[in-house]
Design a protein around this ligand. Structure first.
Ligand code: NAD
Length: 476
């Protein structure tokens, strides 16, 4: 079994301690990963600091061109990296038909696009004020060294979201992947580093303690964190000590609301993928669906039909549409939430019982008969289980959507766009989609409010988030 190494200052670095990465579809080890030591974390930050001034001083066109090379490397290595995503994260390579199911190949395509788009964006100087006496210009400057800490659900795509805007703006990066999905990220960084000066992108690997050394290092100027709320709170505490600005992309509990004029048949596929994309292990999946009484039966029937026809298995086999849950901790959480749903009076419409090993497979599960306050409704399941909740008045559904301390995404489904927009505007979430859910785009800012975090990624706003303004105030 191979050991996959960290990239620090352009060198491949091992550690004396290592751990095994597990394939969630088989339970088998697939490679070894170094546990970075504290001195290695410091060395990675020092390498990023040393590389940053020259990287930031490069002419903009040169930095853009290097980033386009990064996109080419991603494209050329997409088949190799997609296999790592499937083996390590569990999502199928492609599912039915070429790339119709957003699996690992789709994730790699996303990495390419989310590299090309920020590489093409600019942050021109803004003139904040000008008259006969003065001109005030706002320039955008890189922070310096960005610490990126990533989760396990879209390991390469989220790493790219953190790395690419940062380096586009002239920062350098040290990234720590999740301990559940390290190899793909270590390999991605090893490969893209071939196009970049040494020290521009560095990695460290290991458990949360390695992440805590990284974010509390005084050499870090900006933190980008994507992960759970409790970890986010610990990172905010560490960041406060050094007053390090942070972008927090945390968990969600997105509500999807069907309005009484929605069309269950036409909308079922969109609702299904909104809830079950990546086995529900997506921050902005629909995690509770509110349906009016008149549409309840046809909506549940249409979702059940789709859930029961999706082939589940080892994602390395072509034709697989659904993979396993990514890790044992998350699998146990899903099992516990489904058991509590049963105990709290829920009706299992489909799924509901673990498939048995090997691998962390759990069937696509739809539950009715629950209400606000029940665990499966109130807690983020982050798995292939959807509670469908009946409502009487639209006002009640809006109140239900807003009652939790989560505000990442939400969606409203209706044949009347104006009515949908009216409802959407009253929902407390960073993004409210209409007749779609979770449809992110590299030009459109994305981020949470309330307990789902602060700051945005993507587009011009995402690029601004990895820079700080500097005003040049000129007397005329
Ligand atoms: P997690 O918080 O358990 O881990 C995320 C990362 O933080 C891992 O790399 C982990 O090693 C590291 N970490 C743990 N403790 C740390 C500490 N004290 N200091 C620094 N780093 C530490 O999250 P997870 O289980 O990997 O991811 C699932 C969660 O992420 C879900 O809640 C999901 O909704 C959320 N998520 C949010 C978004 C978004 O964009 N808002 C995207 C994807 C996932």
């Amino acid at each position: 079994m191979n050991t996959y190494l960290n990239t620090i200052n352009g060198e491949q670095v091992d550690s004396s301690e290592r751990f095994e990465s597990i394939n969630p579809a088989t339970g088998e080890p697939i490679g070894r990963v170094p546990v970075s030591t504290r001195p290695q974390v410091s060395a990675a930050v020092a390498a990023a600091r040393a590389a940053q001034p020259a990287w930031a001083a490069k002419p903009d066109a040169e930095r853009k061109a290097l980033m386009m090379k990064v996109a080419e490397i991603i494209k050329a290595n997409a088949p190799y990296l997609a296999e790592w995503v499937t083996r390590e994260q569990g999502k199928p390579l492609g599912g039915v038909g070429p790339d119709q199911v957003p699996g690992a190949r789709f994730e790699l395509w996303g990495c390419e696009v989310w590299t090309q788009v920020p590489a093409s964006l600019d942050l021109p100087v803004e003139v904040a004020f000008e008259d006969d006496t003065r001109r005030d210009e706002v320039h955008r400057k890189p922070y310096g060294v960005v610490a990126a800490v990533a989760p396990w659900n879209w390991p390469l795509l989220i790493a790219i979201w953190q790395i690419i805007p940062s380096i586009r703006a002239g920062n350098t990066v040290v990234i720590k992947p999740s301990e559940y999905t390290s190899i793909g990220t270590l390999e991605l960084v090893r490969l893209i580093s071939q196009a970049l000066p040494k020290g521009v992108v560095n990695t460290v690997s290991g458990p949360g303690s390695v992440g805590s050394w990284l974010v509390s290092d005084p050499g870090i100027d900006k933190i980008m964190f994507t992960g759970s709320g409790p970890t986010g709170a610990k990172i905010a505490e560490a960041a406060a000590k050094n007053l390090t600005p942070t972008t927090m992309e945390l968990g969600g509990n997105d509500a999807a609301i069907m309005l009484p004029d929605a069309d269950p048949k036409a909308m079922a596929m969109g609702l299904f993928w909104g809830a079950f994309l990546n086995m529900g292990q997506t921050c902005a999946c629909a995690k509770r669906l509110y349906v009016p009484e008149n549409l309840f039966e046809p909506t549940v029937a249409a979702l059940k039909e789709l859930a029961e026809m999706m082939p589940m298995g080892d994602g390395m086999q072509e034709g697989t549409v659904m993979g396993p849950i990514q890790n044992k901790m998350q699998y146990d959480k899903v099992v516990s939430l489904v058991e509590s749903a049963k105990a709290q009076g829920g009706t299992i419409v489909c799924g509901g019982t673990p498939k048995g090993g090997p691998g962390y497979f759990f069937p696509l599960t739809i539950v009715t008969g629950l209400k606000d306050g029940d665990r499966l409704v109130d807690e983020e399941q982050f798995g292939p289980v959807l509670p469908v909740i009946k409502y009487r008045e639209v006002e009640d559904a809006i109140a239900s959507a807003n009652r939790l301390d989560a505000g990442l995404g939400a969606s409203v489904w209706s044949t009347d766009i104006n009515r949908a927009k009216e409802v959407a505007g009253r929902i407390q979430a960073g993004t409210v989609w209409i007749n779609q859910h979770g449809m992110i785009h590299p030009m459109v800012p994305f981020g949470g409010i309330k307990g789902s975090g602060y700051g945005v990624e993507f587009g011009v706003d995402g690029l601004k988030a990895v820079t700080q303004p500097q005003v040049l105030s000129i007397k005329k």
